[in-house]
Design a protein around this ligand. Sequence first.
Ligand SMILES: [Zn+2]
Length: 149
Amino acid sequence: MPWRCPICGTENRDDALTCRVCGAYKPEATTKRMGQPPREEVSGVVVIEVLESPVEPLVGKKFEFRVNSPGTIITVGRSVENQVVVPDPLVSRRHLRLIVTQNGIVVEDLGSSNGTYLLTEGGERLVKVENVGKSAVLRIGRTKLRIVA
Ligand SMILES: [Zn+2]
């Protein structure tokens, strides 16, 4: 039986011991328990603010998403099908996605050409899949985004 990750809501294969997106362990105990597990509640707003962009009118723009269920996914990239469209030539068409969980925002790079970087006190570092907590600043191409849950 495929199993649903309790952290990010992703469906995983039966033989996977950890979630392919956020790395959480397969919940062995909870699947055997009788009755319904308590429903994970996530509610609120996620704001994505453009701090820097090669397209000047975008600087300061805020994207707001209402989040009502665990595992809400926000896609970011250069093509128009994304929820956050970033018109930067160094950003991939499907660059990354954000998975909003009860325990923070999981940033997942979708195999972008130039990578997703998390800004830290000492500089920045590459992110593949990582829970960045309630807020973070990401750099993709020449664009910087602040994410606040
Ligand atoms: Zn997961």
